[in-house]
Design a protein. Structure first.
Length: 369
């Protein structure tokens, strides 16, 4: 039985659709053309891949707030693609562009096969995860533990580049465990760059794989932004993006004086409207962003379409929207109403409208002006 292909009604990109591997075509997206020439992927500002957070519903939601920010999928393992439901893991809405797929794996052949399958979905970039410190990733011998074996990463990247229609990038930490700080980072970057990788997204913390939980690995190891700056100075020909602990656009602006791009992580999930001024400030787009209320209104047709899918609930979407009204009057009531009612049997978009009515619209208009 063919999977359901829901038609999107988002006004940002008319004629959008849920992308599947059923032969639906789209105009060429950024990547490499047939002659091997790299087409542009603007990575100036991006939102980090975050497990259980940056699924297709969250990315569609964030796209209502920023037209230009590069969005990443959650990490998808090669095993999930090669042996699981491909469409379930890779489909997305065309309105999400620019959107990158992050892969988790350490076998060059498996990664190449995953890239070949992903070609049918026309992602704008394929990223290899060399930074995640979770137990699940370590057990699979990939993620941050790959920083101990840059030669393996180089083989993986070379194999991915040969198979992928989109540019291949790497996301890594500054190091792991007892590795020397900069020398290890430099050696890793040199080795992987020689395999053809031109873009590195560097989380400016070490990952302590022995003794720290994934949560503590995001907080305890000190941020060493200066090492990422040094990497860019020493490798000016490479595209270097910085990630880790960045919460404001002023901080973002400061980092961009030293590196090519900034990746925002948890702040973009917990306080998504932080992205509202990204387009004007970093992309020269003077189009007025939607207010928070308008963002919610824009999501309602999408939610209605999702409810038509088998097992679709409004909670699948609204769980990503809880932080939209951060620091505004009514924000707590908005979060509580959605949390308590989104999973109610038969709940529809009326629940979202009822929650929205708890937040004064005039406050939103003033703050968004």
């Amino acid at each position: 039985m063919l999977p359901c292909i829901a038609q999107s009604v988002l006004t940002l990109n008319p004629g959008t659709y849920i992308k599947t591997a059923l032969g639906i075509q789209q105009p060429s997206s950024p990547g490499f053309d047939k002659n091997g020439r790299q087409m542009t992927v603007n990575r100036r500002i991006s939102v980090a891949p975050m497990m259980d957070w940056t699924d297709r519903h969250d990315r569609y939601f964030l796209r209502q707030i920023s037209r230009h920010t590069l969005l990443y999928t959650e990490m998808v393992t090669t095993g999930a693609i090669l042996h699981g439901g491909v469409d379930r893991h890779l489909r997305y809405n065309d309105a999400e562009h620019p959107v990158a797929l992050q892969l988790g794996g350490s076998d060059p052949d498996d990664l190449a096969r995953a890239c070949e399958i992903a070609n049918d979905y026309a992602y704008d970039e394929i990223n290899l995860n060399c930074g995640c410190p979770s137990d699940r990733v370590q057990n699979g011998a990939f993620g941050a533990c790959l920083m101990a074996t840059p030669d393996v990463v180089a083989k993986c990247v070379k194999s991915m580049i040969s198979a992928s229609d989109a540019p291949v990038t790497v996301k890594n930490r500054i190091g792991i465990d007892d590795q020397e700080d900069y020398p290890s980072l430099k050696r890793f970057t040199e080795t992987v760059a020689e395999a053809g990788c031109k873009t590195f997204i560097v989380h400016a913390r070490k990952a302590w794989l022995k003794g720290l939980s994934p949560k503590k690995n995001r907080e305890v190891p000190p941020l060493k932004y200066e090492l990422v700056y040094q990497l860019k100075q020493e490798f000016p020909e490479l595209e270097i993006l910085i990630n880790g602990g960045i919460k404001t656009l002023d901080e973002t602006d400061a980092h961009l004086k030293h590196v090519d791009g900034v990746m925002i992580g948890r702040e973009a999930y917990q306080n998504p409207y932080v992205l509202a001024d990204v387009d004007r400030r970093f992309y020269g787009d003077d189009a007025k962003p939607l207010t928070r209320h308008q963002v919610v209104e824009a999501m309602l047709p999408y939610i209605e379409e999702h409810l038509k899918e088998e097992h679709g609930t409004i909670g699948h979407v609204t769980r990503h929207m809880l932080g939209l009204f951060q620091q505004m009057r009514g924000a707590k009531q908005w979060r509580r109403y959605l949390s308590e009612n989104a999973h109610r049997k038969g709940a529809g978009t009326e629940v979202v409208r009822e929650a929205l009515a708890l937040v004064p619209e005039q406050d939103d208009e003033v703050l968004s002006a």
